[in-house]
Each structure stands twice: as structure tokens, then as C-alpha cells.
Design a protein around this ligand. Sequence first.
Ligand SMILES: Cc1ncc(COP(=O)(O)O)c(C=O)c1O
Length: 263
Amino acid sequence: MQVRWIPAGSTGGVTADELAAAVGPRTAVAVLSHVDYRSGYLADVPALTAVVHDAGGVALWDLCHSAGVVPVHLDRDGVDLAVGCTYKYLNAGPGAPAWLYVAARHLPSADNPVPGWFGAADVFAMAAHHEPATDARRMLSGTPSVIGIVAVDEGVKLVAEAGVERIRAKSRDLTAMVVAYADAHLRPLGAEMASPRDPERRGGHIVIRHPAAQAVTAAMSARGVVPDFRHPDLIRLGLSPLTTSFRELWRALEITREALDER
Ligand SMILES: Cc1ncc(COP(=O)(O)O)c(C=O)c1O
């Protein structure tokens, strides 16, 4: 097996042209991020999936940074496989279970590499040979954390109640507020936007580039704003629309400006 990486370009994400140049007849699976964990670049799912299919491969999408904040249409877009966590925009907290999507057409041939009793056709059969369930349950392995699952249940209910389209609308306004503030107040302090300016190509978080990003992130955390530092020079602001108000964001941006000003 050969693994080929596609480095995210200056736009911060993989385009259909870059993917088309990387895949070929030997491509088995392309692993793609819907929202890039650094830049926040929002990839074009139907276009990139089609490129993988044209090469004869399957597309596996990582939705960790989009599930719960950006609408996704896996069946409509012909996606083969998808994975994601539940502790970001799905609100379930660290340690809550990950999830997996397998297109119905692939289920009969989808082998679970870690088979376990929760994925068996008859969970209590305890048979000598593993007989997988015929539905998506076949992808389960062992006993899950009940507390984690209860948290997912509640977190997903909140998203469903608000509606992901409305969450996305607020998310776009939140990120637009950061872009406008950064241009007006952070750029003069040496910080530049490293997320796409096109709202159609932007997910739910924003990254700002500054040479002292690590120290600035620490200074912000000390003042109660907790961003992520990402190597080598990125300050990532994760803006969860269900829990982040515009007033809070404004205050956080002012604290960012103060922390940059002190450098
Ligand atoms: C792009 C991406 N994929 C996957 C994950 C989830 O990793 P894990 O399931 O090990 O927590 C994360 C977590 O931050 C992520 O950013």
C-alpha cells in the first residue's frame, strides 16, 4: 500500500484540481477533510467525491469539524464513507464516542476490522464464529460508554432542535465578525487572516496567523478566552454557534487585540 499526501495549499484546503492530479487507477480510498482543522477551509464534497469516483476509488470524509455546524448531504452527494467525533459541534464532550457512516450500497461488503459482540447479528449468541449484523450495527465493536452516548443523544437533540441551517447561518455571521474585526484591529498588530475570505469556503472556525501565536494563545487563555494554538503560528478560534454569543465573541476579540498589543 502506498500513501500519498496532498499538502493543503495557500487557500488552506484541497481543491478538485489538486485531488484530480493526485488520484489514479491505483487509488483505493481518498481520505478528505470537509473542514480543514487548521485553516477552516470548507471542501466541496460533491465535486471531490466525483473526482475520487472517476478514478475508481472510494471517498472517506472526515466530518469532525463540520458535523453539527455545516449541513452535510452524504447520501445526496454519493459519499462512500464518513467519520467524525461528537465532542465539537455535537456538544457531547471529550471521551464521547466517534461515529461512522457507511453508504447503504457498501454495507454488505463493509467488514469491521475490530469485530465485537455489539456488531453481531445476535448480540447474545456468543457463537464460536462472528456473524455480523446486516445493518450499520455491524460496524460496532464492544460495550460503549453509556454516559458518552447519553451526552451525544442530548447534544444531537440540541442541534436538531435549532436546525443545522440556522446554526450555519449564525456561524457565518460569527466568522464574518472575526474577519471584519481582524482586518480593522488585528492586522495593524501583525496578525493576518489564515482562513478563506469566501464565506462559501469557510467552516465554523477561524485561524489568525501571527509569529508569536503560542505566547498570544497563552495570554488569551489566562484572560479566560481559550483558543487553540496550532503549529507553527496559528491561533484558532472555535466558534460554537449554539453556545457563543456575539457579545462574547466581541469581548474575546478585544482580548485577542490586547494580547497581540502586548507583544
Ligand atoms: C480532523 C480531525 N479528525 C479527527 C479528530 C478526532 O480524533 P479522535 O477521535 O482521536 O479524538 C479530530 C479531533 O480534533 C480532528 O480535528
